[in-house]
Design a protein around this ligand. Structure first.
Ligand SMILES: Cc1cc2nc3c(=O)[nH]c(=O)nc-3n(C[C@H](O)[C@H](O)[C@H](O)COP(=O)(O)O)c2cc1C
Length: 169
C-alpha cells in the first residue's frame, strides 16, 4: 500500500470482529513500534505489553467503569490491546507513546487491520490501578497510553480533518 493511502485509510476504529490478529501480524506491528523515534533514544525506558488475554481486558474495563461510573467499554471489545509504558517522569513519556502508537496504527492500516489510540481510560485509571500488576512491568514503569487492534466490524470512516495553519514568510 502506498504511504499516502495508508494515511488516508487510518482511522480510529471503535467496532471490531472477534478474530485475533495472527502472531505473525503482531510481530510486524511490534517491528513497526521498535522503529519509532524515542526522546534521547531512551528505548530502555519504554515497555510494550501485548495483551491477548480477554480476562485482563475485562478487568481493565470493569475497573474503568467502577472508577468513572460510566457504562462505556473503553476498549470497544477489540481482541488485542497493546499498552505503552515508560519509566520517564517527564512529558516525553507521552510523546514517546504517541510516536510508538502511531507507528503501530499506520502499520496496522497497511496490513488491513483496524486500530484506535487508547489514552483516556489508561489515564483515568492512573498509576495505582489494579490491572497494572498483571502487566508484569519492571519496577518504576507505568502505563502511559495504549492502542487496540483487530479487524474492523463495519466500514472505515471518511476523514476530512484539518488543522488551522498559518505561514510566516
Ligand atoms: C493522544 C490520543 C489519545 C486518544 N485517546 C483515545 C481514547 O482513549 N479513546 C478513543 O476512542 N479514541 C482516542 N483517540 C482517537 C481520537 O479520538 C481520534 O484520533 C480523532 O478523533 C480523529 O479521528 P481518526 O483517528 O478517526 O482520524 C485518541 C487519539 C490520540 C491522538
Amino acid at each position: 500500500m502506498l504511504f499516502d493511502e495508508v494515511l488516508d485509510k487510518r482511522y480510529s476504529a471503535r467496532s471490531y470482529k472477534k478474530d485475533m490478529p495472527t502472531d505473525e501480524e503482531i510481530e510486524k506491528l511490534l517491528d513497526a513500534a521498535y522503529k519509532a523515534p524515542i526522546a534521547n533514544g531512551a528505548y530502555e525506558e519504554c515497555r510494550l505489553s501485548v495483551i491477548k488475554d480477554e480476562s485482563l481486558m475485562e478487568r481493565f474495563v470493569k475497573e474503568y467503569q467502577e472508577k468513572t461510573h460510566k457504562d462505556k467499554n473503553p476498549l470497544y471489545e477489540a481482541p488485542l490491546f497493546i499498552i505503552f509504558s515508560s519509566s520517564k517522569d517527564t512529558s516525553a513519556a507521552y510523546e514517546d507513546a504517541g510516536c510508538v502508537i502511531e507507528h503501530i496504527c499506520l502499520k496496522a492500516t497497511e496490513m488491513g487491520l483496524a486500530s484506535c489510540y487508547i489514552r483516556g481510560s489508561v489515564n483515568a485509571l492512573g498509576k495505582e490501578a489494579s490491572y497494572i500488576k498483571d502487566l508484569d512491568l519492571d519496577p518504576g514503569f507505568y502505563p502511559i497510553s495504549g492502542l487496540i487492534v483487530g479487524y474492523a466490524d463495519g466500514d472505515a470512516q471518511i476523514k476530512n480533518h484539518h488543522i488551522k495553519t498559518n505561514y510566516i514568510v
